[in-house]
Design a protein around this ligand. Structure first.
Ligand SMILES: *Cc1c(COP(=O)(O)O)cnc(C)c1O
Length: 475
């Protein structure tokens, strides 16, 4: 019987593997360096395995069972080469039911926004060029009029994301001076965005007022001094306070700010142009309401409830916006032409709210009726049952989530396809196979059942989802 040490000497060389049909074929259509790397790494991994085993008293595999033939290693290397040549950033199926999923790129864009990005990518554009005068223009100009029309604000600027918007506003208006914030609004969003930290980084000094659960107008009033630069109101996007609570309304705070000749900045987080209550969802303040109530500057994300590309929008008073645009850091935080294109196209849809509701994926998903979700879940369950053997598939009631640190308490009743795999398959193993499948499918696992929420699965994705599940079950 051979030992592991002698097997080490039998490992084929890279050249030998490359002559095998499986790898030679890859050389025709994949970059040579990737095929070479795949061959080297495959051999190296066998070498490691054999040397590890040779030092163990009870190795997990017998040496006779390890196939070191060039053809077997070449097959493995060919798969690895394909993997290396594929994109790292993959389109995937979000079956989690979390509509705004930050780790999965937040939200898919409306078709017109996708087309706008493609056109901007293929062609030269008037990104910073005025077609009227032939002179240099501003990239903000493509968005400002639309943003003002939709929000009722005087002026607008757009930066890389809402964290950048808050940072730039504070840095411009309050560097070295004090900004007053309620203790109930010192939130952390998504791990790295924390109000005290962003404030410190911007050079503004945080002045906390009130208590965790209650803050009154008089608390703000009491701390105003010559060094106060602004009031900041922050939307507590990702947590809800219940019980005895009090925060000051935007209108009342804006009136106090005006009396003190200070700007009121409001970070709305998600940013919403359409009334959610009309669709059975909890109330959330609208951007235009904050402007209407007298906020001097309002900031919000482009890719949360707005349903557009990653961006941070600043709307409000013209004099303040123009200071912000002139800040040297604005250049470092500026958006590229793809964002301009996609945001403009998305905003245009909001000019007619019916069209926005129909064409922006985030709205379509949020508004999907229980009736429609039930129909789709039943259909998906039936189609899946025909393709997977063993286990059981049923439709159950469940909840989807808005996600993205928006509407933490919103309940979105849905119907889920629940798949209990056969005894021979581990549910965890299936989840991981689906995650690495083509396309990858991301889902929830609950009490050993794989849950698919049709709310975030587009109909056009259903065929590939079913194929991916069938493939994962066969492996
Ligand atoms: C999400 C959020 C942010 C950060 O926005 P990004 O666009 O992710 O940078 C800031 N403030 C609030 C209140 C938020 O909800």
């Amino acid at each position: 019987m051979p030992d592991y040490k002698s097997l080490l000497r039998e490992l084929p060389a890279v050249d030998r593997l490359l002559r095998e049909a499986a790898l030679e074929e890859k050389l025709h259509h994949l970059p040579r360096r990737l095929v070479l790397q795949a061959a080297q790494e495959t051999i190296a991994s066998y070498r490691r395995r054999l040397s590890d085993y040779s030092s163990l008293d009870h190795p997990p595999e017998s040496p006779v069972r390890i196939d070191l033939s060039p053809s077997a290693l070449a097959e493995e290397a060919a798969l690895l080469a394909e993997q290396k040549a594929g994109s790292n950033l993959k389109s995937l199926v979000n079956a989690t039911g979390i509509v705004i999923h930050t780790n999965l790129g937040r939200v898919p864009l409306a078709e017109s926004a996708v087309e706008a990005i493609t056109a901007a990518a293929k062609n030269y554009t008037n990104l910073e060029f005025s077609l009227d005068t032939g002179e240099r223009g501003s990239r903000h100009d493509h968005l400002e009029e639309l943003l003002c029309e939709l929000s009722g604000a005087e002026a607008a600027a757009v930066v890389n994301n809402n964290a950048a918007a808050v940072f730039l506003v504070l840095n411009t208006l309050a560097g070295g001076r004090e900004v007053v914030v309620s203790r109930g609004q010192l939130v952390e969003i998504g791990g790295s965005f924390r109000i005290p930290e962003i404030m410190a980084a911007s050079g503004a000094h945080l002045v906390e007022v009130g208590t965790t659960n209650k803050t009154y107008l008089r608390d703000y009033e009491a701390v105003v001094n010559d060094n106060t630069a602004a009031f900041l109101k922050v939307h507590t996007s990702n947590y809800n306070m219940v019980g005895f609570t009090a925060e000051v309304e935007t209108g009342a705070l804006a009136a106090l700010a005006a009396r003190c000749r200070l700007p009121l900045i409001e970070d709305l987080g998600s940013g919403l142009l359409l009334d959610l209550t009309a669709h059975g969802l909890p109330f959330e303040p609208l951007i235009q309401d904050s402007i209407d109530a007298g906020a001097d500057l309002v900031t919000f994300s482009g890719d949360k409830m707005l349903g557009g590309p990653q961006a941070g929008v600043i709307v409000g008073r013209r004099d303040l916006v123009s200071l912000i645009r002139k800040n040297q850091l604005a250049r470092a935080l500026r958006i590229d032409k793809f964002t301009v294109a996609a945001l403009e196209a998305t905003l245009r849809l909001y000019l007619d709210s019916e069209i926005a509701l129909e064409q922006i994926p985030v709205w379509r998903m949020l508004r999907a009726s229980p009736h429609e979700l039930h129909r789709r879940a039943e259909n998906l369950a039936e189609r899946l049952s025909k393709r997977v053997e063993g286990g059981s598939i049923e439709v159950v009631e469940g909840m989807s989530r808005v996600g993205g640190g928006a509407l933490p308490a919103a309940e979105l009743p849905t119907f889920l396809v629940a798949f209990s795999p056969p005894e021979t398959k581990s549910p965890d193993g299936l989840v991981s196979k689906l995650r690495r499948g083509h396309p990858p499918v991301i889902l929830r696992l609950q009490q050993d059942r794989l849950l698919f929420d049709p709310r975030t699965i587009r109909e056009a994705e259903e065929d590939s989802l079913i194929n991916a599940v069938a493939a994962a079950c066969q492996l």
